[in-house]
Design a protein around this ligand. Structure first.
Ligand code: SAH
Ligand code: TYD
Ligand code: ZN
Length: 414
């Protein structure tokens, strides 16, 4: 290594224009949700996946931005309803919005990134006026087939203005696992400002930096996850665009998330939870570069341990397959250089991923049925965020002597 590579790279914050210092380099990475047909492998897109933090507003963000049409298109394979736990979670979100926010004469809720309608289907059943924004046409069609109203478009300032003009103000703008996907949050927040009723709320939930650092879950970082939010960085973001952070709730889903509620300043009294989480982040020095650099060291240790384990198992002649062809697994397999010689295939319930190859490493994806034909010796759990649901349905695997390999929060076999 020459001295030049030891100098941390710097960039410009996508939110506030401040200096961004990089603390983690995950190398060349493909589009995390682009599963290839066997003939597609020559034209694969790669970008450099590095993560930094803004010294002004503390926002943790990627250095390189992947054009949105490469990620979100008619063939986008992620279907939110593939997990029963997530179906229950979003039915719960809908019921709670219906009970607390959508109680007026003719309430209106807009969802960004409604995907296959997992949340809005419950809103529709309640007969409440709604609109989902979903640019990926394949999943949008699935939502429509459930009777959900969908606009096949990106939410941003211009499209939000059109909805405001045609349909009036929204009482709630809700979005899950989508805000962190959007580099152009300035446009989104200006759009929210135009569309939201004076006393409306803008609610979003995304993977939480505190959980990612705490569990070394570096696989939450990939092309689609452009930001890793904390209460501190979201508060700064909200204030910059004329909103106030009025509530935060920690959520157990997807390995640990936070639901943030924004309102117009002074309209709602911030809950104590906001100050509690801000204080906790300060006490734990969550957004100090020292902490983030220590996280990067832990990430490299996970890589070392995981690769050593898989190579040992291969040398012993054990059969290892992957479980869950997640977007997260693209980061793990490409950062650790894990290909089909270490993990012979990955099983997944998503039809659009099956019989294709994983991005970058080209590991075959097979149906869930092939997991037990016969069981492998070891299964590497890429969908670790759905561990309870998966362990419950795959009890027989362990009962017949199979072992799970996990790498969050560190590499271990159970
Ligand atoms: N809300 C769902 C889906 C999350 S995946 C869930 O939590 O499971 C992110 C979704 O956001 C994708 O379906 C993608 O097509 C969509 N998306 C990306 N950019 C968007 C934008 N600017 N506006 C609306 N949806 C967007
Ligand atoms: P998920 O972890 O939700 O998201 P991401 O792709 O953003 O990392 O993806 C879960 C994947 O695992 C999805 O492709 C469906 C698959 N899966 C199964 O194969 N079996 C299961 O029981 C569950 C819950 C998911
Ligand atoms: Zn900044």
């Amino acid at each position: 290594m020459t001295g030049v590579t030891d100098v941390p790279a710097r960039g410009t914050c996508r939110i506030c224009g401040g200096d961004v210092e990089e603390f983690l380099d995950l190398g060349q990475q493909p589009l995390s949700d682009r599963f290839l047909e066997p003939g597609d492998v020559d034209e694969e897109f790669f970008f450099r996946l590095t993560v930094g933090q803004c010294s002004t507003c503390t926002m943790v963000q990627l250095a390189e931005e992947v054009p949105r049409h490469l990620m979100f298109h008619d063939d986008y394979p992620y279907h939110s309803s593939g997990s029963s736990v997530m179906r229950e979670h979003f039915a719960g979100v809908a019921h709670s919005l219906l009970a607390s926010e959508l109680t007026g004469a003719d309430p209106f809720v807009v969802e960004m990134g409604c995907n296959d309608g997992i949340m809005l289907e419950t809103i529709r059943e309640a007969g409440v006026r709604h609109l989902g924004f979903e640019p990926s046409t394949g999943v949008a069609e699935v939502a429509r087939a459930k009777g959900v109203r969908v606009r096949t478009d990106f939410f941003e300032e211009s499209t939000a203005r059109e909805v405001r003009a045609a349909e009036g103000p929204a009482d709630v703008i809700y979005t899950a696992n989508t805000m962190c996907h959007i580099p152009y949050l300035d446009s989104v927040l200006r759009g929210a400002d135009v569309l939201l009723a004076p006393d409306g709320v803008f609610v979003f939930e995304d993977p939480y930096l505190g959980d990612i650092v705490g569990k070394t879950s570096f696989d939450q970082i990939y092309d689609e996850h452009f930001y890793l939010f904390s209460a501190g960085s979201v508060q700064a973001l909200a204030e910059r665009f004329g909103f106030e952070l009025v509530n935060v709730e920690r959520l157990p889903v997807h390995g640990g998330e936070v639901r943030y509620t924004l309102a117009r300043p002074g309209v709602r009294t911030p809950t104590q939870a906001v100050n509690r989480l801000l204080t906790e982040e300060r006490d734990q020095k969550l957004t100090d570069l020292m902490t983030l650099r220590a996280f990067a060291t832990n990430v490299r240790k996970v890589r070392e341990d995981l690769v050593a384990l898989l190579k040992r198992l291969r040398a012993e002649g054990r059969r290892v397959v992957g479980y869950g062809a997640t977007a997260k697994s693209a980061t793990v397999t490409n950062f650790c250089d894990i290909g089909p010689e270490l993990v012979s295939f990955i099983c997944d319930t998503t039809p659009g991923k099956q019989n294709r190859l994983t991005p970058g490493q080209h590991i075959p994806v097979r149906s869930a049925a092939e997991f037990s034909a016969p069981y492998p010796d070891y299964a590497l759990l890429f969908a670790w965020n759905h561990a309870e649901e998966i362990m419950a349905k795959e009890r027989e695997f362990q009962q017949s002597g199979g072992r799970w390999i996990r790498y969050v929060p560190q590499v271990h076999v159970t």
